[in-house]
Design a protein. Sequence first.
Length: 396
Amino acid sequence: MTVTEWIRENYAEYGKDFVVNGIDKCRAVTNHNSSGSTWDRQVRRVIRYMEGSGPEPESAHLVKTVDDAMAYHDIPEHLYDVSKIRVNTWGSETNSNQQVRVELKPKEFTLDPEVWAQIFREASANVPAHSNKPHSNTRKDTMHLMSIPDVHFGKSVVAKTIGGEKAIDYDPNIAANLLMESVKSLSASVERKKTTSIIFPQGEDTFNVDNLSSTTTAGTPQNNSDIYEMIRIGVNAVFQAIDYLAEITNVSVPIVSGNHDRLLSHMMGIIIEERYRKDKRVSVETSPVREKIISFGDSGIFLIHGDKMKSKDVAWRFATKYPSLWGKVKHRYAFSGHYHQTYFTDEHGVLVSFLPSLVPTGSWEDAMNYFSTRQAQLHTFDSQRGRIMTAYYTPE
């Protein structure tokens, strides 16, 4: 009988106090020579395990190799490289000890060029009939901002694992259908002859992950679908949406960096630019600058993905980075995604809107007790009066 087996057996039969004070009784059965501190530590580990608050105590002695250490600590090997190893043993025949010390570093991200080469080929081969002239509308005093951030193509949600009356499945195909439904619904509010353009921002977590390891830009693992399908379906869905909007009016596509997909959203912007390079109805802003600004009549509009930012941070970033636009306009607006919640406030003369998302509650949000209304929005601006209307799309 091992020490661990003795502690387990007697804890189950006689309780905690018996085993805590049972070092001598255990020695008589197992012939161990552990010190008092070693005994106390072993007892605590076994009790934590039996009460469901700690790992299997016996598994520690299995850590004899680097692979054992990675498995024991549940390290995702696809995210880390081993930079240093130290192996050590000490003790006696009856009280042997071993140490496997592993130092890790995050793996360097390597972009698979074939993924993007194929997307570029598709973008170039399937270009729709383009227009050599922009739309010429009779009035130029109205502009629309179509806000559909945080689509998170690639995010995988299985409704039955979430439960509740509002739980729904989510995958790239569902996301693509939702995007088009919202674009068509919101476009019904656009009067073709009375608008100069629709601003259709992309980025802002269009994609759920940023690399082949299925992590965000910062390295946070995600429950994600196949990345190749995520990119193919996501990019083609955005193409379809832009094609639809370009039949109505001129379309401007600013690329706003997200925290999930900073690299992939920038790459997608370049692909959109390639596809519509000959279409005068569509313009794309692909600079790597985190935020984008729009000047329309007496209004200044600031677009940003405000992860780790409060409303006052968004407002002051607008004023600090773009003081000329700030001082020139009468109406100042800032729009931010990221939080998947509708929140509106006035910060020192800037109307700051945090925008909702179409994404349903996933397992992480459910565990964190985060719930929000799924929605997309269309904001209408008058060149002199500023924002005059907001239309909403809420999926069933």
